[in-house]
Ligand binder design. Structure first.
Ligand code: AFP
Length: 331
């Protein structure tokens, strides 16, 4: 079988669809190369003393894992010299990272969750890296305000999953493709040219321990799933919760499903971050034929007001997401 690499895919996207400028191609290839380095570091686990806490907190007040900090640094160092970026923002940094004066600046803004699923690092469960690409408004200093664009303005989004195999999922606005890392060659090989999410599902993903905090529409939907064949949905549902969004979303891209981290009495804004978790995942899910809302509104339409703001997330198989969103609208 002819092996198409990430580079070939990006060149063909530019040639056939004109959706990937040379600068955007460089950006994606640099981020993908950084993900290879992170995958390599993750795979060494306890052998290199990189597990455990870094002894610092991030802007969210959450204890940083050593790999959170390492992954952030790998991505900053990989991206700051190339001339494709105006600035970068990360879950691990309170303010945007400006491009040092010694390097040229470009037109793109990169946002990232360098290591998603940190609570799973020390127990050897799949984790990943999520990234989102925006254009920097013309003639604007790339400060926090420049980043505050709705997710519909993204020009690209992707994530890596460091699991049994290392996979990169990418959209540049023309469908969703999946690449598997060939560690012997160090190449990202196209293994899923066109990922599509089934419109229906019988599998939900939610952290059930939050049930007492949920709103009525979420309780109604989950109870209907649990009622199975005997209930109003007329079929038995399975449940999965990895607690690494990258792993749950990749499963949904692979076989359908609905992922929910809704706003609730404990997470009044929601738990997941809009700019570098919900928005990139929402673009990918929509590009794969699924849907993504915060319960009442399309996530990609949410106008951000803060770089690290959180949002409720309901995404996956279109018909299922529309059902839950309908329950919210019905009140
Ligand atoms: P961490 O990166 O702090 O582990 O959070 C991961 C995450 O943002 C997302 O990847 C998971 O879906 C969600 O949080 C898990 O949250 P719970 O630990 O509350 O289940």
């Amino acid at each position: 079988m002819r092996r198409i690499t990430l580079t070939q895919y990006l060149v063909e996207q530019q040639r056939e669809k004109g959706v990937v400028s040379a600068e955007l191609r460089l950006l994606i290839e640099v981020v993908a190369r950084a993900c290879k380095s992170i995958s390599n570091a993750v795979s060494k686990g306890a052998l290199t003393g990189i597990l455990g806490n870094a002894g610092s907190d991030n802007v969210q007040g959450e204890a940083q894992k050593k790999l959170d900090v390492i992954s952030n640094e790998v991505l900053l160092e990989a991206n700051e010299w190339g001339g494709h970026l105006a600035a970068m923002a990360s879950e691990e940094m309170e303010h945007p990272h400006q491009i040092p004066n010694r390097y040229p600046r470009g037109e793109y803004l990169l946002l990232m969750d360098p290591l998603d699923g940190s609570s799973n690092i020390d127990v050897n469960v799949s984790i990943g890296t999520i990234f989102s690409v925006l254009r920097c408004p013309e003639g604007v200093t790339p400060d926090e305000q420049a980043f505050l664009q709705p997710g519909s303005k993204q020009v690209a989004a992707g994530f890596a999953v460091y699991g049994p195999s290392t996979i990169l999922v990418l959209t540049v606005g023309n469908g969703v493709a999946g690449f598997t890392l060939d560690r012997e060659l160090g190449s990202w090989v196209l293994t899923e040219p066109k990922i599509e999410i089934p419109a229906d599902t019988a599998e939900f993903a939610i952290n059930m321990s939050n049930r007492r905090n949920w709103s009525a529409p979420i309780i109604r939907y989950i109870d209907e799933c649990l009622a199975g064949k005997t209930g109003p949905l007329g079929k038995d549902y399975n449940m999965r919760w990895v607690a690494s969004m990258v792993a749950d979303v990749y499963r949904i891209l692979s076989r359908g499903g609905i992922f929910m981290y809704p706003q609730d009495a404990k997470h009044k804004e929601g738990r997941l971050r809009l700019m570098y978790e919900a928005n990139p995942m929402a673009m990918i899910v929509e590009q794969a034929g699924g849907a993504a809302t915060n319960g009442t509104q399309r996530i990609l339409d949410v106008q951000p007001t803060k770089l690290h703001q959180r949002v409720g997330v309901i995404l996956g198989s279109r018909n299922e997401v529309e059902r839950v969103t309908g329950y919210h609208k019905a009140g």
